[in-house]
Design a protein around this ligand. Structure first.
Ligand SMILES: C=Cc1cc(F)c(CN2CC[C@](CC#N)(n3cc(C(N)=O)c(NC(=O)OC)n3)[C@H](F)C2)cc1O
Length: 299
């Protein structure tokens, strides 16, 4: 039948091409500034035997696709690491316009949901912290900075495996450069931001280390909302300056005040966390050296 093009007759060989018509929406998983992540069943047989996938889509009002969006898809597509969520493919609307990012679905969700429920022991918490460092060391080895490392963006595969699950703010740092300067300050996660990010919007590999320190603090407190970074910083600022502003947070950090390490943790863990919050970016450890420190502590 000459007038049907081959692509319409051959079943798609490319497993990374997901057809919108087979994606059945199940429920929303998360909402971000620029879009949302939704749980879908991909069910081409239309009999409920399909696989569950997490789909990230942009809220693009006027149909234009922000240039950073394709970058995020390219970045996740290029990452292969046991501590990084797997890219599965993408889904184009008719005419190849809107592109949705299809990832593996981890039903246990992020550390924010998991840790308060499952009172994990210290060894398991330290194992999770080391795995985050392993995923981040790999990301930094490809010259990407994450810029949004936090417990809410770390997913739980099972009792002994976590993965970095979202790369919405990840940027490439060209060779020879150190900082990435941002303009947008949307709803920035200021309580996870290094002091130089708050003051000069200067992001670097070292500012990811600071955010890891805050993520480690969340793990040590089992993501208890009464001790969350926002709650704790509000308390500390109210005591010192009255009302909370970014300026008040900067003043607090410049006075060397930091989130408090829960007292039941060994001194080495407290030291490791505080090294991540050194005022001088160059003084902070690398993820490589953090992995070695965790290996020594866990021995
Ligand atoms: C458009 C921008 C944007 C939109 C957003 F909604 C978010 C926030 N979002 C990130 C992805 C998220 C947390 C992580 N990591 N998550 C992924 C899975 C999975 N792959 O299974 C999952 N599973 C789960 O909750 O199972 C019960 N949660 C959760 F959706 C929050 C960040 C953004 O940049």
């Amino acid at each position: 039948n000459p007038d049907i093009s081959p692509s319409e007759t051959l079943p798609d060989k490319d497993p990374s091409m997901f057809h919108k018509r087979y994606l059945k929406k199940m429920r929303d998983l998360g909402e971000g500034h620029f879009g949302k992540v939704t749980l879908y069943l991909y069910d081409p047989a239309n009999d409920g035997t399909g696989e569950r996938v997490a789909v990230k889509a942009l809220k693009q009002e006027d149909g234009h696709v922000p240039e950073g969006w394709m970058k995020e898809i390219e970045i996740l597509k290029s990452l292969y690491h046991s501590n990084i969520v797997k890219y599965k493919g993408c889904c184009t609307e008719l005419g190849g316009q809107v592109v949705q990012l299809i990832m593996e679905y981890l039903p246990l969700g992020s550390l924010r949901e998991y840790l308060p429920k499952r009172k994990l022991g210290m060894p398991q918490c330290l194992m999770f912290a080391q795995q985050i460092c392993q995923g981040m060391e790999y990301l930094h080895s490809k010259r990407y900075i994450h810029r949004d490392l936090a417990a809410r963006n770390v997913l739980v595969e099972n009792d002994s495996l976590v993965k970095i699950g979202d790369f919405g703010l990840t940027k490439y740092i060209p060779e020879g450069e150190i900082y990435y300067r941002v303009r947008e300050n949307g709803d920035s996660p200021v309580f996870w931001y290094a002091i130089e990010c708050l003051k000069e919007s200067k992001f670097s590999f070292s500012s990811d280390i600071w955010s890891f320190g805050v993520t480690l603090y969340e793990i040590l407190t089992r993501c208890d909302h009464r001790q969350s970074p926002p709650t704790k910083f509000f308390e500390m600022i109210e005591a010192a300056q009255g009302q909370m502003t970014v300026m008040a947070l900067i003043k607090l950090l410049e006075k060397q005040l930091r989130l408090p390490c829960p007292k039941e943790w060994p001194h080495e863990v407290k030291m490791l966390m505080e090294q991540c919050w050194a005022a001088e970016p160059a003084q902070r450890p690398s993820f490589r050296s953090l992995i070695e420190k965790f290996e020594a502590i866990r021995r």
